[in-house]
Design a binder for this molecule. Structure first.
Ligand SMILES: Nc1ncnc2c1ncn2[C@@H]1O[C@H](COP(=O)(O)OP(=O)(O)OP(=O)(O)O)[C@@H](O)[C@H]1O
Length: 343
């Protein structure tokens, strides 16, 4: 598989908008690291999910990849080219090759434009001549399973699921290789969520697209992604093959997130772990392991020392986690699988 995107030690720092809050939080440095020392890569044709509670830095990371938030340190390579720090003019050709589906596509669709104009607008924005606008609009609509008649509709004439499909069609204009999909199913009924996920999965297969999906919804992650990363306070705390993480989380935060997820399968239902305390402020990060104040298993070392991101080879890839006392792998069947690992 070809490596499409490579992120190394990426951080994104913002000046906090509230000096008063900085004072109240006893933080003399009015900056927050919304993304903190993140490394990962995307292989061509895979779907990678970013998961984490609200404010954990998922959108900031995606915006940094497409050059909308400047990186404060680290590196971003796309198709083998270093694009860190590039300005809008330099990023323009890159943004034809990667496109972002923003949250709330209905709100972001201009109400006065027809679907035809909306989905072919990227060609005009990027000054790419289009011989036959109608033909391209129909091609894009067909890709997302909408009839050609939808080209003449306006956003208010679309259902939530149709608007989401239009958002996907627009993201596919210019034939990008990477789609950054921010909460593509948020606010939809479960059955419509399933339809959108099936559209994305089909496109990923048919067009060999690479998809970075951002979501709160663990059922979405399980359904669609090959690999996943769990973010906490801007950091990756666990990454690896999705199925493996769902089967056997190693980080206590992952375990808690998964336990809070409603699953239809009674076999895989575990007791819900309720985390104590609030998510800490980015202006006042806890010492050592930043999850320790909420961790049910924390010991003295956790407050004193930051854990490394340990790597572990598993049959389906590599899994990483940052925890001094990771959860045991020892569950029924695990030994047999470990022995079969090619590590
Ligand atoms: N432009 C900005 N200036 C200052 N702070 C920002 C800016 N953009 C984001 N942040 C802060 O960065 C942190 C991470 O936000 P981000 O939106 O990336 O989180 P998220 O995980 O995507 O959350 P959600 O799931 O709610 O979208 C938050 O504390 C947010 O307030």
């Amino acid at each position: 598989m070809t490596q499409l995107l490579e992120i190394e030690n990426l951080s994104v720092r913002f000046r906090t908008t509230s000096p008063l809050r900085a004072l109240m939080e006893r933080n003399p440095d009015p900056f927050i690291d919304a993304v903190c020392d993140v490394s990962f890569s995307l292989q061509e044709g895979e779907t990678y999910a970013l998961v984490g509670e609200s404010g954990s830095g998922k959108t900031t990371l995606a915006r940094a990849i497409i050059g909308l938030n400047p990186a404060s340190s680290g590196s971003i390579r796309f198709e083998g080219e270093e694009i860190t720090g590039w300005n809008d003019r330099q990023m323009a050709p890159v943004r034809r090759r990667m496109s972002m589906m923003f949250q709330d596509p209905v709100g972001s669709l201009s109400p006065r434009q027809t679907v035809r104009n909306l989905i072919t607008e990227p060609y005009r924005i990027h000054d790419v001549p289009l011989k036959n606008v109608d033909a391209e609009a129909h091609r894009l609509l067909e890709l997302v399973g909408l009839a050609p008649e939808f080209a003449d509709r306006y956003p208010h004439q679309l259902s939530g699921g149709q608007a989401r499909r239009v958002g996907v069609a627009r993201a596919l204009a210019l034939n990008p290789r990477l789609i950054l999909a921010d909460e593509p199913t948020a606010g939809l009924d479960v059955s419509v969520q399933g339809e959108i996920l099936n559209v994305l999965a089909r496109l990923q297969r048919e067009l060999n697209l690479t998809i970075l999906i951002i979501t709160h919804n663990l059922n979405v992650v399980r359904h669609i992604s090959d690999r996943m990363a769990i973010m906490y306070l801007g950091r990756f705390v666990e990454t690896g093959p999705t199925q493996r993480i769902f089967d056997r989380p190693r980080h206590p935060y992952t375990e808690a997130l998964l336990s809070a997820n409603p699953t239809p399968d009674p076999e895989s239902r575990s007791a819900r772990i309720v985390l104590s305390g609030e998510i800490p402020s980015l202006m006042n990060r806890p010492s050592g392991c930043e999850f320790h104040p909420r961790c049910p298993y924390a010991r003295d070392l956790c407050a004193a020392q930051t854990p490394e991101l340990a790597a572990e080879k598993v049959a389906s890839g590599v899994r990483r986690y940052s925890c001094h006392f990771p959860l045991e792998e020892a569950r029924p069947g695990s030994q047999a699988e470990e022995l079969a690992d090619p590590s």
